[in-house]
Design a protein around this ligand. Structure first.
Ligand code: F0G
Length: 454
């Protein structure tokens, strides 16, 4: 290939190589194989150094190719691709390729996966560039749990408003905007509220959020207020609030953006797609917290869809509820759910049937973890891996630990993905309320030495 303009608008396979075009500690270059989709042939290779790129059309600068990093398929829109690989002392020191190209730029979930989602044609994209969250290998925690298996954390707390809700919310609010809705409403334990408020703000819409009085963590409430939502506290539970928003949206032209809204499920499926893309297949086990059960429903739908499209296989699903709010484990609604993991303090999950179906179809199960087990896992994860999540988000991992300890799940040789749904900053009090107050020293070196060295 000589010039990208020849492939403008078409699918190309891109193979990223490193060679000897070293500038400072970075190698700059590009290497593209042209072809249709995944069948791109390595024969059509053009390798260019930075200088080569500038020399433009027809230039082929040869240098020894030392490693092939990553093949992938992209849609070409512009004719320049820059690839930056860390390169030091003649050796590749980091095989994480950073592609600073407009071609590779990320435009959010609906842009990337819209064609795989069942959304109406009137949908008008409202995005905060959600999704694309990291899948972090957690070797320390895997070791702590007995070892012999690969553990990955899908860190959903790194979404724009700090929780996985942004995936479904981009879809629900985009659909609502496209059909001319002016106002969205939801019941929430906090994260849905913050997400709905942010996406509504971006769309120029109003948002109303109903939250259970006194049971929403500070970071979530602050978010909803900051994004401009009308926040209404209900002197009742999340379940009461959900009943109320269903009733009011049946009566008035306000758009419901709880996960009863099917577009929320469509958007949330994308996390399963991302996992399959990174791992090249579905994991053996998927562990995640279960509250209103929208997320487990979405993952299962997403994995099934991706498997049909790309034969990526299916995970066994381990859903985990908090012991004080475990209707899917006890088999009946819980009238007064109670747990420190306020995000999943839910007694009548709207998608409970689908959650049970996901567990059954996947040959997995739904279990309960106590508050102590959840908080213990929250701390362990932060200390061993540097990943701080809110309590509910540690429930999936707490469930995994329970199953491994009981001998009911043998992880040996398996790949396990745990979904960590929300960031630790959402609920700082859970850490600070019992903390030992940090010591105070005068601003003198000796005082500092005294404290550190004893
Ligand atoms: N983890 C976090 C951090 C959550 O906020 C939620 C749900 C869940 C897990 C459970 O997901 O409901 O799809 O089973 N939070 C909702 C809310 C209820 O209002 O923010 P689910």
């Amino acid at each position: 290939m000589s010039s990208g303009s020849e492939v403008d608008g078409s699918e190309v396979g891109v193979n990223v190589f490193v060679g000897t075009g070293v500038i400072g500690k970075y190698f700059f270059g590009f290497c593209v194989t042209v072809g249709s989709g995944a069948e791109a042939r390595a024969g059509n290779v053009c390798v260019g150094t930075l200088a080569g790129i500038w020399r433009g059309k027809g230039v082929e600068v040869d240098f020894p190719v030392q490693a092939m990093i990553k093949p992938q398929t992209i849609k070409v829109r512009i004719n320049r691709r820059f690839i930056k690989a860390k390169y030091s002392g003649g050796k590749l020191i980091n095989d994480e390729i950073l592609c600073y190209t407009r071609t590779m730029a990320y435009h959010g979930l609906l842009h990337k996966y819209g064609t795989l989602l069942d959304l109406p044609s009137h949908t008008r994209i409202v995005s905060l560039l959600e999704g694309n969250t990291p899948l972090i290998k957690a070797d320390n925690l895997s070791h702590q749990l007995g070892g012999g298996f690969e553990l990955f954390i899908k860190y959903e707390g790194l979404n724009p408003t700090g929780s996985f809700k942004d995936r479904g919310m981009t879809a629900a609010v985009s659909e609502a905007l496209g059909r001319g809705a002016m106002t969205v409403i939801c019941a929430s334990t906090g994260n849905t509220a913050a997400s709905a408020a942010a996406y509504a703000a971006r769309a120029g819409m109003n948002s109303i959020v109903l939250i259970p009085q006194g049971k929403v963590a500070a970071g979530k409430l602050a978010g909803a207020i900051a994004y401009g939502a009308q926040v209404i506290q209900i002197d009742g539970s999340f379940d009461d609030a959900l009943t109320m928003v269903v009733e009011i949206t049946n009566k008035h032209p306000i758009c419901l953006v709880n996960s009863i809204n099917p577009y929320r499920i469509e958007g949330q499926k994308t996390s399963a797609f991302e996992i399959c893309e990174v791992l090249d297949s579905a994991p053996d086990w998927l562990c995640l917290p279960v509250g209103n059960a929208g997320n487990i429903t979405s993952y299962w739908a997403g994995f099934k869809q991706y498997n049909q499209m790309k034969s990526t296989g299916l995970p066994q699903v381990l859903g985990v509820q908090a012991a004080g709010a475990a209707p899917l484990v006890s088999g009946h609604p819980v009238e007064n759910p109670e747990t420190v993991a306020t995000a999943i303090r839910i007694g009548k999950p709207a998608r409970g049937e689908q959650a049970l179906q996901a567990a059954e179809e996947s040959k997995g199960r739904i279990i309960a973890a106590t508050d102590a087990q959840i908080l213990n896992m929250q701390k362990t994860l932060a200390k061993l891996e540097g990943i701080w999540v809110e309590p509910a988000s540690a429930a999936g991992l707490a469930g995994l630990a329970i199953e491994i300890t009981n001998g009911t799940l043998n992880p040996n040789g398996k790949r396990v993905v745990a979904i960590c749904t929300g960031h630790g900053l959402k609920d700082p009090e859970i850490i600070t309320k019992d903390m030992q107050k940090p010591s105070i020293v005068p601003p003198k070196l000796e005082a500092l030495e005294e404290v550190i060295l004893g």
